[in-house]
Design a protein around this ligand. Structure first.
Ligand code: NAP
Length: 285
């Protein structure tokens, strides 16, 4: 990769940032398509986020991703955000067009593209979402857009109720309901569910033995999608496969949210296979 005065700069803002997979993924895509871009990780402390965003205008940075903990706070420093970003109050992709910063969230579209790559058509599925945090909101809206019904199960049931109410108000019809993450409720409710999506952090390294629900409630008819991708095979995915269910980890979502961002910045179809291979390689080191 030769950097010249014409090379366009992309990047990712996060804290921490050292373990981000995005630079490997995007630079592999840039190389595969022979584009004159470079993608750089930036360690941005929360108290310096405003300066960092202002700096992108001064430095004519073409676009950047935003990751933990900046996805919500970045919004106030942007010129405009998409309707998708507005409804989930989260931005993960910023495009700099003529020095105007436009924020978007590609998490929902990335999730659906990954889900369909793993399981095929999921329109109209009966879905259980485990968790009611930021990613549950992004996933919830994306599934509701795909005409799926949703039950949010959360440890703190109040958050699940609030999220279900938010979706029902947004769509002006009942698309979601809420229950606590208790064995009694799960054992009955999951019998009638097509797709189980884990959006909790349970099972994420170093909690490798963690599992958000008892394996007893998993059946061969379920599709199970775990947003966690570190470890690559979470205990939830392992137990689901043991039961004969179809199961996928969240690496696909990570890759596809990046692919959608890449397409927004470059206007070129993202080489998803190249990005996936580069992301996977980060876990082999
Ligand atoms: P968040 O907003 O902090 O929400 C965390 C959720 O996990 C909450 O619902 C919380 O329940 C639940 N939770 C945490 N510890 C729990 C436990 N011990 N038992 C039961 N529930 C527990 O986090 P987030 O941003 O939504 O991220 C959640 C996970 O998704 C993380 O592992 C993240 O890495 C992953 N993720 C992956 C992708 C991807 O591209 N694959 C994208 C985004 C996020 P309470 O409300 O009761 O606290």
């Amino acid at each position: 990769m030769i950097i010249t005065g014409k090379t366009k700069v992309l990047g990712v803002f996060g804290h921490p940032i050292a373990h981000s997979v995005s630079p490997a993924m995007h630079n592999a895509a840039i190389k595969a398509l022979g584009l004159d871009y470079i993608y750089v990780p930036f360690h941005v402390l929360p108290e310096l986020l405003e300066s960092a965003v202002t700096g992108t205008r001064a430095l004519n940075i073409s676009g950047f991703n935003v990751t933990i903990p900046h996805k919500e706070n970045v919004i106030k420093y942007l010129d405009d955000i998409s309707k998708t970003a507005e409804r989930i109050r989260s931005v993960n992709t910023v495009v700099n067009k003529d020095n105007k910063l436009y924020g978007h969230s590609t998490d929902g579209e990335g999730f659906i593209r990954s889900l369909e790559a793993s399981f095929g058509n999921i329109i109209g599925c009966k879905t259980a979402i485990l968790g009611a945090g930021g990613s549950a909101r992004a996933v919830g809206y994306a599934l509701a857009d795909a005409n799926c019904s949703i039950v949010f199960f959360n440890r703190t049931v109040k958050r699940a109720v609030e999220l279900a109410d938010e979706l029902n108000n947004y769509y002006s019809r009942k698309v979601a309901s809420a229950l606590s993450l208790s064995d009694d409720l799960l054992s009955e409710s999951l019998k009638d569910i097509d797709l189980i999506v884990n959006t909790t952090s349970v099972g994420m390294s170093p909690d490798n033995d963690g599992i958000p629900i008892s394996p007893l409630f998993l059946g061969s008819d379920h599709m199970v999608y775990d947003l966690v991708y570190n470890p690559l095979q979470t205990r939830l995915v392992f137990e689901a496969l043991e039961k004969g269910a179809r199961a996928a980890n969240g690496l696909g979502m990570l890759v596809y949210q990046g692919a959608v961002a890449f397409e927004m910045w470059t206007g070129k179809p993202a080489p998803v296979d190249v990005m996936y291979a580069a992301a996977l390689k980060c876990f082999e080191k």
